[in-house]
Design a binder for this molecule. Structure first.
Ligand code: SF4
Ligand code: SF4
Length: 161
């Protein structure tokens, strides 16, 4: 883990343009998605999110309406109160957690609402989901947020297509 995080800290920003171009250039197909899935499994054996939490510290999590209802119920507050107190709505009407670091992040990097957390948090960084190869912009942006994504892309660059 330490080696992956140190490499990410030292190089991710400098490599962003190269990684963006690379991710744009890869074939958009299931073979690449499956490769990314395998790399995701391999890399996350070495990366402990509880030692990191950089996504929760730096990126406002998207919250769907069903997420908001579920979390409000868990907190025993009205849905509208939850939205007003904890969320922001962007110009497209999408909701997101209003604060970074996230309001629900504990000091030990655990999540106060883990069992009911937003779907986007559950699925982040999305590298094990179908359609990986078509999400080049998001994956490139995530290389500077998530050490695991940076490592997955680094390993993917070693493969000849
Ligand atoms: S940034 Fe990546 S490695 Fe860090 S906690 Fe989030 S998903 Fe895990
Ligand atoms: S809700 Fe939990 S998992 Fe999602 S950003 Fe906040 S602390 Fe992280």
């Amino acid at each position: 883990m330490k080696k992956i995080v140190a490499d990410w800290k030292a190089n991710a920003r400098e490599d962003l343009n190269e990684n963006t171009a690379f991710l744009k250039s890869i074939p958009k197909n299931k073979k690449i998605d499956d490769l990314a899935f395998d790399l995701h499994e391999e890399v996350f054996k070495k990366v402990d999110c509880l030692q990191c939490a950089n996504c929760c510290k730096t990126t406002p999590a998207l919250v769907t309406r069903p997420d908001a209802k579920r979390i409000a119920k868990h907190l025993s507050i009205p849905h509208k109160t939850f939205i007003r107190k904890y969320l922001l709505e962007d110009i497209n009407g999408e909701l997101m957690i209003a604060r970074v670091p996230c309001t629900f992040l504990n000091e030990d990097n655990t999540c106060q609402i883990y069992d009911v957390r937003p779907q986007a948090c559950r699925e982040y960084p999305h590298t094990n989901q179908s359609g990986f190869s078509r999400r080049s912009k998001m994956n490139a942006n995530n290389t500077i947020v998530c050490p695991a994504v940076y490592e997955i892309v680094k390993q993917l660059k070693k493969v000849s297509f």
